[in-house]
Design a protein around this ligand. Structure first.
Ligand code: SAM
Length: 437
């Protein structure tokens, strides 16, 4: 029997015995029931199991596992009690070495499906030696007396005792807040640097409403506390107004021997160990930078700019968040570097100003957010005919889309390396080297 019509499709709440045939590029198992595709969470290719259908339409169904008859050798016991409910990690049930293989395949599959690159392989994937407690940033939503992480595709808060990808000090502070009055708190955000921990309490109340002295006495490792006033109901975690209640109102951290100041609203890579490997790859791909002008687009607090400034003639960094640009300028001075210029503007607008002023680089580095590069930016880079381009990406789907645009014109891809910045999640970072054809 073929389930091809709306009437005889697979229905919600049915149970079936299936074999997992393949996996999506998000790490979900794919089974087929008489040709009808069923996506089964937390399963691996080759597994035989009973499933429970939780959603079905006339194109596909979604199911959760019920009982396993045959488990994959790639499977491991998830280390977190709330793995099946929390939306934070997707791949915890897969051995770490296998996670790396899957992530490499995800990138290659996106390059093929979206970019049309049939022969482009990822050169290597650089994993972590100890893929735990790696995050230097945590954002815990608070609602209806609960503190935790959101469930997958929902705003339901899943509480947990500890999260093994977070810093252990964060878990202790979360436990403390679980016994406090938290009705004014929207999020608890943590930023961690070398021996520094910043607690940002995001609130719809501008006046401090918690015992700061008790908090510091209980957790002497907190170096600064900031109240972030955020009265609006949006999906953006932080509001614009920061009130420093204790300490400097920022943290500092070192990457490849350069020290950085990081303000609450500034972007900073979440995994320090892997960021250093990422930046080393950028240095390697850039090659000889003597007397070269470099554009660092989407530059954040200037980390890539300052890393590249040593040998280069000049680095121009562009970033739209003013706090990050202020940090970048301070970071340049504090590290006695004087050949960078940081511009606060949208890259897609500023690149046109540079083009019109005939300011062109020898190397352009882009590191956009997940949505990828703006089309105007890509078109202008193509027009500028910049010899070398390094594309740092945290989303291989938008990377593939953008590489297609560049390679349909004057660029070719020379190398792609993946770096596992986010172990146990489906996310993967890449660095791509392009040159003019
Ligand atoms: C993935 S981060 C990269 C930051 C930096 N390269 C690093 O390694 O820390 C992307 C940065 O781009 C900035 N951004 C996002 N959209 C932008 C735009 N249209 N123009 C300029 N900057 C933008 C964000 O504020 C963020 O700092």
């Amino acid at each position: 029997m073929m389930y091809n019509t709306f009437m005889d499709k697979i229905k919600k709440n049915q149970q079936h015995k299936v074999k997992i045939l393949d996996m999506t590029h998000e790490g979900t198992g794919i089974a087929k029931i008489d040709g009808f595709p069923v996506f089964v969470s937390n399963t691996l290719t080759g597994e035989l199991l009973d499933i429970h259908i939780i959603k079905a339409n006339n194109k596909y169904a979604v199911a959760k596992p019920l009982k396993f008859y045959q488990k994959s050798k790639k499977r491991t016991e998830p280390f977190c009690d709330v793995f099946h409910r929390c939306g934070g990690c997707d791949l915890q049930h897969i051995k770490y070495e296998e996670q790396l293989i899957i992530k490499k395949q995800i990138v290659e599959s996106n390059l093929q499906r979206i970019g049309g690159f049939n022969d482009l392989l990822v050169d290597e994937i650089i994993g972590m030696e100890k893929p735990y407690n790696y995050r230097n940033k945590a954002q815990y939503p608070v609602n209806e007396g609960k503190i935790g992480f959101y469930a997958k595709k929902s705003h339901t808060i899943i509480e947990h005792d500890k999260c093994l990808v977070q810093d252990e000090r964060v878990t202790k502070i979360i436990e403390y807040f679980k016994n406090q009055e938290i009705s004014h708190i929207k999020h608890l955000v943590f930023r961690i640097g070398d021996d520094k921990l910043m607690l940002i309490v995001v609130s719809n109340n501008r006046k401090p409403f918690f015992d700061i002295e008790l908090l510091i006495a209980t957790f002497p490792f907190i170096t600064t506390i900031v109240l972030n006033y955020h009265p609006n109901e949006t999906n953006v975690v932080l509001g614009k107004e920061n009130i420093t209640l204790y300490g400097d109102g920022y943290i500092t951290d070192q990457l490849l021997e350069i020290s950085y100041r990081i303000s609450p609203n500034s972007f900073y890579q979440v995994n320090k160990v892997q960021t250093e490997k990422l930046y080393k790859k950028v240095i390697e791909f850039a090659g000889d930078t003597k007397n070269k002008t470099i554009f660092d687009l989407y530059c954040g607090i200037g980390t890539i700019s300052l890393t590249m400034a040593k040998d280069a003639k000049k680095v121009i960094g562009i970033e739209s968040v003013i706090e990050a640009v202020n940090d970048a300028n301070i970071n340049m001075k504090e590290n006695s570097i004087d050949n960078c210029e940081f511009i606060c503007n949208k890259v897609e607008d500023e690149i046109i100003n540079l083009y019109n002023d005939n300011i062109i680089a020898d190397i352009v580095i882009v590191d956009p957010p997940r949505k990828g590069c703006d089309r105007v930016l890509l078109d202008t880079i193509i027009k500028m005919n910049i010899e070398k381009m390094i594309y740092v990406s945290c989303d291989s789907a938008t990377l593939a889309r953008d590489l297609k645009i560049l390679c349909d014109e004057n660029y070719k891809v020379l190398n792609i390396v993946a770096i596992d910045m986010f172990p146990h999640t489906k996310h993967v970072e890449t660095v791509t080297l392009l040159e003019l054809k």
